[in-house]
Ligand binder design. Structure first.
Ligand SMILES: [Zn+2]
Length: 446
């Protein structure tokens, strides 16, 4: 039975009220229900606690109030905006409404969702393109970096906590009610498959380090749509009882691609996604997963921190490319030697711009970002360079300066300036100084 009726006004702690728009909850779960409400003139969601444990915990409520007061660490959190007064022995909080076309991470993992229509239908859930997937991964990492920077941890990261726009890769972090100052915990441990071993074993309470473990699991599942610890060894036990879960995820977890222990490798016919995809990804990304799931299992400080994921993902975003034939691939390891990047589908090759360690294939519409061309910048969204086609000579590609400062281009002893909004021809061997401390070189072909 619904806790409210349409038109009910629920008083808020900051004054004013949230007005219930519809009788039936938008959703319900073990902890509570979510209602559509009007708050400050626009539609919002109200999470209302029905679980006895939640609704009677003074500390839990006080923590949400504190989070309302502190504000969201980034706009990507469905952060508590206001807390209600107590009504009938319970309370709730107001948050933004999720975009109606967003999908849940759990449905992405399953590759489809079931509609609530009669009869129910299966709707495929997948990203519009690989760049959307990378965008989602970058936003997840950036959100957790922002949260950890303000000294808080999420404590319960799992596949229910992320809502995604599959056409853009934009994400929203939901279920923010367990977020608390690091090392403060309100009894939540996490969800099976996402918890760090020390949480499964109950030797520690969730913190920034266990968040980082869960973050690595989320990223692994985002890229490979399989579980990092569910391999041959786990398949042998016919079901994951609490005893088995403790054993394979707490006491003796073995990463499915452990470099020296092959006892828990993925199984053909069951883990086909990861078997197909693992080999296609570059080593620098696989190294981070391996560190998180091998050394980082017990030594929590070895788990990759957000900035490490960020630089790997930004590099991956640049090193994945779309050929004019429609073929998609990652830059191969020999690109630096050969000085070019070749499409595995049609064989066409492209010049390569080296930006630090990153090899950017100069295919039409390829871009670089401020964090790659400006010293000290961490802006991973502002485009500062774009590969464009010459308006007069079809097929002739150039680099356009989309930044707000001049570039200096050096080639065979000559030097010229390229002003903002102007372009320069791509010539192997050319070096561009984007600012005094950052430059890039177009490789010579060998
Ligand atoms: Zn091609």
């Amino acid at each position: 039975m619904s806790s409210f009726s349409s038109g009910d006004r629920i008083p808020l702690m900051t004054g004013g009220y949230a007005k219930v728009v519809r009788d039936a909850p938008l959703g319900s779960g073990g902890q509570g229900e979510v209602y559509l409400v009007e708050y400050k003139g626009t539609q919002h969601a109200l999470k209302w606690y029905t679980s006895l444990k939640m609704r009677t915990s003074v500390e839990f409520k006080e923590n949400i109030r504190k989070n309302v007061y502190d504000g969201a660490p980034s706009e990507r959190f469905a952060w508590p905006l206001d807390v209600t007064e107590d009504v009938n022995g319970s309370f709730g909080y107001v948050m933004r409404l999720l975009p109606k076309d967003n999908e849940e991470f759990s449905d992405f993992l399953r590759t489809y969702r079931i509609t609530k229509t009669e009869p129910p239908r299966r709707v495929p859930v997948k990203f519009a393109s690989f760049p959307c997937l990378i965008r989602a991964a970058i936003q997840v990492v950036d959100s957790f970096a922002a949260l950890h920077r303000v000294g808080k941890s999420y404590q319960d990261l799992n596949d229910g906590g992320i809502s995604m726009d599959m056409s853009t890769g934009d994400i929203i972090i939901c279920d923010c009610d367990n977020i608390a100052p690091d090392r403060t915990n309100f009894g939540i441990a996490g969800k099976q498959g996402y918890m760090a071993p020390e949480i499964v074993l109950g030797t520690k309470t969730p913190d920034v380090y266990s968040d980082r473990f869960s973050l690595a699991v989320i990223l692994f599942k985002l890229f490979f749509r399989d579980d990092p610890f569910w391999g041959a060894k786990v398949c042998k036990c016919c079901n994951l009882t609490d005893y088995n879960y403790r054993k394979y995820y707490g006491e003796e977890p073995v990463f499915i691609y452990h470099p020296t222990d092959s006892s828990n490798r993925p199984v053909e016919g069951i883990h086909d996604n990861v078997i197909r995809m693992w080999g296609r990804y570059p080593q620098y990304l696989k190294d981070l997963f391996t560190r998180a799931f091998v050394d980082g299992l017990k030594e929590t400080s070895k788990r990759p921190i957000e900035i490490e994921w960020m630089s790997a993902l930004i590099r991956l975003r640049s090193e994945s490319f779309m050929c004019s034939c429609g073929g998609f691939s990652f830059v191969s390891d020999d690109a630096e030697k050969s000085g070019e990047c070749t499409c595995p589908k049609c064989g066409r090759s492209y010049p390569v711009l080296m930006l630090g360690k990153t090899r950017l294939p100069l295919a039409k519409d390829a871009v670089a970002y401020s964090c790659q061309t400006r010293f000290g910048s961490d802006d991973f969204e502002k485009i500062t360079l774009k590969v464009v086609e010459n308006r007069l000579k079809q097929g002739l590609m150039g680099l356009k300066n989309l930044d707000d400062c001049d570039w200096e281009v050096f080639l065979d002893g000559t030097r010229k300036s390229v002003q903002p909004d102007k372009g320069t021809e791509i010539v192997p061997g050319m070096r561009i100084e984007f600012d005094r401390k950052t430059s890039g070189t177009v490789l010579r072909r060998n």
